[in-house]
Structure formats: structure tokens, C-alpha cells
Design a protein around this ligand. Structure first.
Ligand code: ZN
Length: 264
């Protein structure tokens, strides 16, 4: 089984310690913690528990948000934390438009400048940075890198030690998806996130669906990603105010596993 639990999936129900135990109990071999939960548990304690249970850290969520005032220190801390957890990558959600600005072009340039500032430290720490393009509906508030093509152009400009996290929820609609996954190849694909796009979608952020409940052709995208050489885990990442955050977390893990086996 190559399944990883992004802790956002049980964000309302479980602490990181509980999520680690949950993965072990359900035979899920990977975990991707969010930093708020990591801070609660303590990095050392978390690293110990993850190692004791033999879990792979498929990614640490998240660095980036280069629009924040303390972005440099915060990203430095994130790199240290990812290093301590031996994470496969540090996921970057790059931030949207600065407050009051309408200059999307400049916002995107600035992101590249900011990444180039933290990249040497990430390389030195052995932490690959993974730019996660977000669905364009989140361009203003969360990330103004919205396609795999944009992210890969950044990677080409920045060199080694940087790649992409392909989140099916964010990129499934892109007519260039197959082509850009092929372009990314084994070297640049650092993570693959799964869930589903619900129809209708009731909330821009927190209404993701369980795999199989929406319209994303997950087996097709998985085929492209694996065809490009990615051999890592599929990370289930579901933000769900109305449904999955209200359920028994053990049920969420059980169903995630079942769907991973049957519909992805
Ligand atoms: Zn994701």
C-alpha cells in the first residue's frame, strides 16, 4: 500500500499524535503533517513517534506564504522542521496577492525571488521544496501559482532542489495537465495528493470530496504521474467542513483506504 494521510483530512478530530497512531493502526505507511499540529506536539516528539511507527513523511505542510511579514524566518523554521522529520519535501503554498495590490505579474515575480532566497538553505538541509499550484479560485488569497506549467517554469529558472506537488484537486481541469506531468518527470514530481471535486462545491476551501465521490478521473491522472516516473505515495488530503471533519476519524481512514484501493 502506497497511501499517506495528510493530517488535514482529520484536522478537526485528531492531534498529530492521534493521527500517527491512527496510521499505524490502519496500516497506512505515510503521513504528511501540518505545522500547526506539529507545533502542538513538538518536533522532537513527533519525529520520534513517526520513526517508532516506521512511517514515511511524504511532505510537511507548509512553507511559502511569501506575502506574510515574517515569511523568511517562518520558511527557515519550516525547512528545519522538515529536516528533523526527514520529510520527502516541504510543500510551498506560495501566497496570493499582497494586500491592496492588483498586480498579479509582480506578485508572481516576487515569489520566485523569495524562493531563490530560501532554496540554498533547503538544499543544504537536504529538504526538497515542492511548489503546489493551487486552483485559480485561490489565486487572490492563497497561491497565485495556479498551473503545473507555471510551477515548472519556476523550477527551471531555479535549478536543483525544487519540484512540484501535484494535487489532483487543484489541477484536474487543466488541458495541459498530461503534457506538464510528463515534462515534470521523476525529478520534479515530489508529491501526489488526492481527493475529489464535488458537484456542486459549496466552499472554496473546505468542501473537498472523498476519492470516488466527485468528477476527477483519478486513475487517469495517477497513470500519468506514475508514467512520468513518480513511484512515491498517494497522499489523501481532504478539507471537509460539512462531511469528513464531522465523522469518526477511524471511519475516515478506513474509507480512505478502501477508496484508495478501488477508485484511484
Ligand atoms: Zn495538496
Amino acid at each position: 500500500m502506497k497511501l499517506s494521510l495528510n493530517t488535514a483530512t482529520v484536522w478537526k478530530q485528531w492531534t498529530l499524535a492521534q493521527a500517527i497512531d491512527g496510521c499505524a493502526r490502519h496500516g497506512i505507511p505515510g503521513i504528511a503533517p501540518w505545522r500547526d499540529k506539529l507545533a502542538e506536539m513538538g518536533v522532537k516528539q513527533a519525529a520520534k513517534a513517526i520513526q517508532a511507527n516506521g512511517l514515511t513523511v511524504t511532505g510537511l505542510c507548509r512553507g511559502g506564504f511569501f506575502t506574510a511579514k515574517d515569511w523568511l524566518d517562518d520558511n527557515r523554521r519550516a525547512i528545519e522542521e522538515a529536516h528533523a522529520l526527514e520529510a520527502d519535501c516541504l510543500v510551498l503554498v506560495v501566497g496570493g496577492l499582497p494586500a491592496g495590490s492588483k498586480d498579479l505579474g509582480r506578485a508572481r515575480e516576487r515569489i520566485q525571488e523569495c524562493i531563490s532566497k530560501i532554496l540554498p538553505e533547503a538544499r543544504q538541509a537536504g529538504v526538497p521544496l515542492a511548489i503546489e499550484p493551487l486552483h485559480p479560485m485561490q489565486a487572490a488569497e492563497r497561491a497565485c501559482i495556479n498551473t503545473l506549467e507555471q510551477a515548472l517554469d519556476f523550477c527551471d529558472a531555479l535549478g536543483d532542489g525544487i519540484g512540484v506537488a501535484v494535487d489532483a484537486y487543484h489541477v484536474w481541469w487543466d488541458p495541459k495537465l498530461e503534457q506538464q506531468i510528463r515534462r515534470a518527470g521523476k525529478q520534479r514530481i515530489l508529491g501526489y495528493h488526492i481527493c475529489d471535486w464535488l458537484v456542486p462545491t459549496r466552499d472554496l476551501l473546505n468542501d473537498r470530496g472523498m476519492m470516488g465521490d466527485g468528477v476527477i478521473d483519478l486513475p487517469r491522472i495517477r497513470g500519468w504521474v506514475e508514467g512520468a516516473g513518480y513511484s512515491g505515495m498517494q497522499e489523501v488530503e481532504i478539507f471537509s467542513e460539512h462531511n469528513w471533519w464531522k465523522r469518526d476519524p477511524d471511519e475516515v481512514l478506513r474509507i480512505s483506504k478502501e477508496r484508495y484501493l478501488t477508485v484511484t
